[in-house]
Structures are given as structure tokens and as C-alpha cells.
Design a protein around this ligand. Structure first.
Ligand SMILES: Nc1nc2c(ncn2[C@@H]2O[C@H](COP(=O)(O)OP(=O)(O)O)[C@@H](O)[C@H]2O)c(=O)[nH]1
Ligand SMILES: [Mg+2]
Length: 307
């Protein structure tokens, strides 16, 4: 099923930059080399530079130093195997599925800063849900950015799904209201709400998002069932700081990490794991509708390290 199973080949091709630059760098640094204090220092710098996160890097490096001292680890090749195994262990068996309502419609509110990849990721989710046999409705609550409604509309037409929209410059919460009403009336399975990433009005972004959220919860029990924050993987640690702000305001339930194909810093998933308990649920691996995979730690690390 498209929504559950992560495909190694697909993740691999999306992670080619990370594999070539980050893991490729690790390999040329480590393979065939005798382990030394100097090599461990170089490795530490490399992990930090790749956005793996300070805490995780320190823990990994401490483990390697100890094993080196005790004579357990003598070759660079051992270090590479150790890194792969330890990284796979970072993620608990947390709930990475999409949360669905007991009775339809399920409402998924999608948030994130301008250009993060919200609209594209919504189209990808709509396609996956459709492939899974679910009916989808899109709500165009980004009424601020010129052309944002049109962009979502183009995806909707391509996907053959309905869209609820308002006037450009209109009240996004009113669009959310209409979209909820339409979702109920039409009996759709899933309503996906697109939102603005930056506002050109006095209305601060977070206040507006909470307003949209509150409108949906008054219409539909338990809604929004999922608050998906889209992060741009190429933004590195900056994206993480933004995630914390969104989390404080709207109780994010899952992350969609977009544009992993555009960066060598795929190690950012490790920093995310280090800094927040919000699970990464999906990864975006390109600009087309099929360039999405559910996040599966095992497959992800495998894809990063495999030839
Ligand atoms: N390479 C790549 N580009 C992406 C991905 N997701 C989105 N984009 C591109 O990022 C740009 C901004 O995306 P958009 O969905 O409009 O962002 P929004 O402002 O958050 O709605 C567009 O050019 C998308 O094609 C991805 O996973 N990989
Ligand atoms: Mg958009």
C-alpha cells in the first residue's frame, strides 16, 4: 500500500546527493584506513558539518573513542558498520502512520513557511490517498500569496479531485469553514487544507493558523486529525527552529520533510530526531506526484549507506 510501505529503490534515488557527498565522504575517509584519534576527530567534524546534530554526534563519537581505546575497533571499516547500525537504532517504534478519523472526513491541516513545499506535498498526499482508494477534497486556505490558489487548482485538475476556494485576499478561516462543510456534504474521506506560509497583512501567521484549526474543530469532531508541518530539508537547522515555533502554536502531529533530493544533508532527519519527538511521517524526494515515500528509518539509513 502506497501509504505504508517505503520502497528502498525510490528512497535511494531521492537520497543520491546525500549518499554521494555525505556517506561517500565518510567512506573515503574510513574505508581501508586504520583507526586513529585523528581520524575520529575528522569524523566528528564531518558529522557536525552534515547537520547530524551535536548530541547524536557526541554520543556516536564517544562510543567510537571507547571502542578504539579498548581495542574493540581498529579499522575505519568497523566504524562505518557501527555508524549504520547505531543510526538505525535512533528511532523508536513510534506511530508514523497518518491519523484517520473514526468517521469521515479526516481533516489534515498542512502548515509551513513560504516555499517549504506545502502545496506540492499536498498534491503528493492526495495522489497517495487516491491510489489507496480514498476520496480527497482540497481546501485552498492560502488566500494571500498571488497564484497560490491557482497552483493548488492545477494540481486538483491534474489529480481529478475537487477543490474548495475563496477569493484571493479573502479570509482563510472562511475557506476552511466552507471546505469542512463541503467535505461533510460530499462524504469525502479526507480533506487536505493548504495554508499560507507568510502573510502580507497584520494578521500574524500563527494566529491565523490557530484560527483555521479552531474553525475545523468546531465543524468536525476531533479535527484536525493530523497537523502536518512541511519542512524544507535544504534549510537544514533553520527549518528545525521554525518547526519549534509551529509546534508551540498548533500542536504539530507529523512532519513532511520535503526536498531531500535537493540536498546532501539528508542527515537532517537525525537532527530532527534529536531535537523533537514529532515523527517524520513522509519524505519528499522530487517535484513529481510520485516523489513521496513514508519515512521508515531502516529503509532510510539503508538507502543512505547502500552502494
Ligand atoms: N526537488 C524538490 N522540489 C520540491 C519538493 N517539494 C516541493 N518542491 C518544490 O519547491 C517549490 C515550492 O513548493 P510549494 O509546494 O509551492 O511550496 P509552498 O509555498 O510551501 O506551498 C516548488 O518549486 C516545488 O516544485 C521536493 O520534494 N523535491
Ligand atoms: Mg503553497
Amino acid at each position: 500500500m502506497a501509504l505504508l510501505k517505503s520502497l528502498l529503490s525510490k528512497v535511494k534515488s531521492g537520497l543520491s546527493k546525500t549518499r554521494e557527498t555525505f556517506v561517500g565522504g565518510l567512506k573515503s575517509m574510513l574505508l581501508g584506513k586504520a583507526l586513529s584519534d585523528e581520524l575520529i576527530d575528522d569524523l566528528e567534524a564531518k558529522l557536525i558539518q552534515a547537520d547530524v546534530g551535536v548530541k547524536t554526534t557526541t554520543r556516536l563519537i564517544d562510543g567510537i573513542r571507547e571502542a578504539h581505546k579498548s581495542g574493540e575497533m581498529t579499522r575505519g571499516d568497523d566504524v562505518l558498520a557501527y555508524l549504520k547500525a547505531e543510526l538505525k537504532r535512533l528511532w523508536p517504534d513510534s506511530d508514523r502512520r497518518l491519523h484517520f478519523a473514526d468517521t469521515r472526513p479526516t481533516v489534515i491541516l498542512v502548515a509551513g513557511i513560504n516555499g517549504a513545499g506545502k502545496t506540492t506535498s499536498i498534491a503528493k498526499l492526495a495522489k497517495s490517498l487516491g491510489d489507496d482508494g480514498q476520496t480527497v477534497l482540497l481546501g485552498a486556505c492560502d488566500t494571500f500569496r498571488a497564484g497560490a490558489v491557482r497552483q493548488l487548482e492545477i494540481w486538483a485538475n491534474r489529480l481529478g479531485v475537487d477543490i474548495v476556494k475563496g477569493q484571493e485576499g479573502g479570509d482563510p478561516a472562511a475557506v476552511a469553514f466552507d471546505a469542512c462543510q463541503a467535505a461533510i456534504a460530499r462524504g469525502v474521506d479526507v480533506l487536505l487544507l493548504d495554508t499560507a506560509g507568510r502573510l502580507h497583512t497584520q494578521d500574524p501567521l500563527m494566529r491565523q493558523l490557530t484560527k483555521i484549526r479552531d474553525v475545523t474543530s468546531r465543524q468536525i469532531g476531533g479535527a484536525p486529525h493530523e497537523v502536518m508541518l512541511v519542512l524544507d530539508a535544504t534549510a537544514g537547522q533553520n527549518g528545525l527552529r521554525q518547526a519549534m515555533e509551529f509546534q508551540r502554536a498548533i500542536d504539530v502531529t507529523g512532519l513532511f520533510l520535503a526536498k531531500l533530493d535537493g540536498t546532501a544533508k539528508g542527515g537532517i532527519v537525525i537532527a530532527i530526531r534529536e531535537q523533537t519527538d514529532i515523527p517524520v511521517k513522509f519524505v519528499g524526494l522530487g517535484e513529481t506526484l510520485d516523489d513521496v515515500q513514508p519515512f521508515d528509518p531502516d529503509t532510510f539509513i539503508e538507502a543512505m549507506f547502500e552502494e
